[in-house]
Design a protein around this ligand. Structure first.
Ligand code: G6P
Length: 369
């Protein structure tokens, strides 16, 4: 066990630090060709995806958060209407799935019972094609799908998913960029821009991991706290969801995430000096709005930790802690903003002395309903 963990204290820590390599491995051979397209990321994908007019993504847990990020990407960049649903809800609805809907099922293990059942339900009604995004070859989902896009994360042991999530996002970015060649959304970007960002991703992940010590300090401030709130907008809202999930899973602190614009519709009532609030403030067109949400929190006495990036004159003031990501890029910034949140959860759990790799009541793969 210790040998496999190498220099690391826990598998989760090891897996967090493996992310640059896991993402590089996932990109390997997929962005080399100058005119890279669907067939470069998975054999036969161009054919199964011809005629796709909309997208439906099903998943559970952390994989569901990756799907939520992909919804923003697919709609903005590839102009494909995209619905995302937790598989356990979807399988018991009577959903309307229109012809021309590409179905994507995301699962690290490929064995999650609800995700598999949802896919089988769709198949039984004649829907498809089904594209799996999966980390385990020959898993049940891999076998069920028409095509599988593999994440090359390697085995993930820690129950709280880390490198599976960032490699899922990598594959979803590849898919968005390839799909945006034939179908263009309002925020369309030249595939060359995606490629440059994808190429830079492993290096940027290394940079984000340098926040380890800062996040350990922030984590120390969470000791004795019972609740935390995570806020984001756009594709950073699902990253806030993932940050809250990581914290609950392994540190047992009750954490909620909200789209920052919804703050005043309820959660603001919870904010007082005992409620730490994490705000994702990337340098994009929504920054001013996020900063005004941040003020709403600060004036109610909440301790705010802002995750942001250099070059925009970070907010300052009492009760405000700023953590800057060195170089998150633009298109793939949600992937980078994930890292400090993983580190936060990890260090909080370590400081609290909880079982980081095997949190109580949770399983790595939920194979029964
Ligand atoms: C469990 C794990 C989570 C994981 C979820 C979905 O709840 O503890 O870490 O995100 O299952 O797993 P999957 O293998 O389908 O991605």
């Amino acid at each position: 066990d210790q040998v496999e963990r190498g220099q690391y204290r826990h598998f989760m820590q090891k897996e967090i630090f493996e992310q640059p390599a896991a993402v590089a491995e996932t990109l390997e051979g997929r962005i080399e060709r100058p005119d890279w397209g669907l067939d470069d990321i998975a054999d036969g994908l161009a054919e199964t995806w011809s005629g796709v007019e909309e997208v439906l993504i099903l998943a559970c847990g952390t994989s569901y958060h990756a799907a939520q990020v992909a919804r923003y990407w697919m709609e903005a960049h590839a102009g494909l209407p995209t619905a995302v649903e937790v598989a356990s809800e979807f399988r018991y609805r009577d959903p309307v799935v229109r012809p021309g809907t590409a179905i994507i099922a995301i699962s690290q293990s490929g064995e999650t019972a609800d995700t598999l059942a949802a896919v089988r339900e769709l198949r039984a009604h004649g829907h498809g094609p089904v594209l799996a995004i999966c980390n385990v070859r020959e898993s049940s989902l891999d076998r069920e799908a028409d095509t599988t896009l593999y994440t090359e994360a390697g085995p993930e042991i820690g129950v709280a998913s880390t490198k599976a999530f960032t490699t899922q996002l990598t594959v979803l970015a590849l898919l968005t960029a390839a799909a945006s060649k034939s179908s263009q959304g309002a925020a369309w970007q030249d595939p060359g821009v995606w490629r440059e960002e994808l190429r830079a991703l492993p290096r940027r992940l290394h940079g984000a991991l340098e926040l380890d010590e800062s996040m350990r300090r922030v984590a120390a401030g969470l000791l004795g706290r019972e609740h935390a709130l995570f806020l984001g907008r756009g594709p950073f809202y699902p990253i806030a969801m993932e940050g809250a999930l990581k914290l609950k899973e392994i540190s047992y602190i009750h954490a909620e995430s909200y789209p920052a614009g919804e703050l005043k519709h309820g959660p603001l009532a919870l904010v007082d000096e005992d409620m730490p609030v994490f705000v994702l403030a990337p340098n994009n067109q929504l920054l001013d709005k996020v900063l005004s949400n941040l003020e709403e929190v600060r004036t109610r006495g909440g301790d705010v930790v802002v995750l942001t990036e250099p070059g925009q004159g970070p907010p300052t003031g009492e009760g405000l802690e700023v953590v800057e990501l060195p170089d998150p890029g633009a298109l793939l910034a949600p992937v980078l903003y994930t890292i400090p949140l993983q580190l936060l959860a990890y260090h909080t759990a370590v400081l609290k002395g909880t079982d980081v790799d095997q949190p109580r009541n949770l399983a790595k793969s939920v194979t029964v309903e």
